[in-house]
Write a new protein. Structure first.
Length: 129
């Protein structure tokens, strides 16, 4: 006897009943030197395109998309990694360090560490090149 699962049928069906999702637009950044484009999955810093792995891109897009907002490590684990925080804070710190290194000296300070809490993107901290 075959068992049918409506949820799986909806996921794997050839037709969609819902309207297509709107195309994502570039994440607005108050810093004109930093452009994050989720549709093309590109990050451009001062005209130079960065090569970011999936999670680094998602983390940077999340921070830039919510400037000046402090994100706890738990919030970042749940929203970017899609899993609950297991207490391993080195994962996030390592990804942040890699992103800062790739952003370069003029933009790395824009990702600020908020002690005992987490991180925030503050475009006012970008140094003029």
């Amino acid at each position: 006897m075959a068992v049918r699962y409506r949820r799986l049928d909806a996921i794997f069906s050839d037709h969609t009943t819902a309207a297509p999702a709107p195309a994502p637009r570039p994440v607005p950044s108050p810093d004109p030197g930093l452009v994050v484009d989720p549709e093309q999955r590109t990050v451009t810093v001062d005209g130079h395109q960065l090569d970011l792995p999936y999670l680094e891109f998602e983390l940077l897009a999340h921070l830039v998309g919510n400037p000046l907002r402090v994100h706890s490590r738990r919030q970042l684990m749940e929203s970017v990694w899609g899993r609950p925080d297991t207490g391993d804070t080195r994962t996030i710190a390592t990804h942040i360090a890699r992103i800062r290194r790739k952003l370069g000296p003029g933009h790395r300070e824009a990702i600020a560490t908020v002690r005992q809490i987490g991180y925030k993107y503050d475009p006012r901290l970008v140094r003029a090149a």
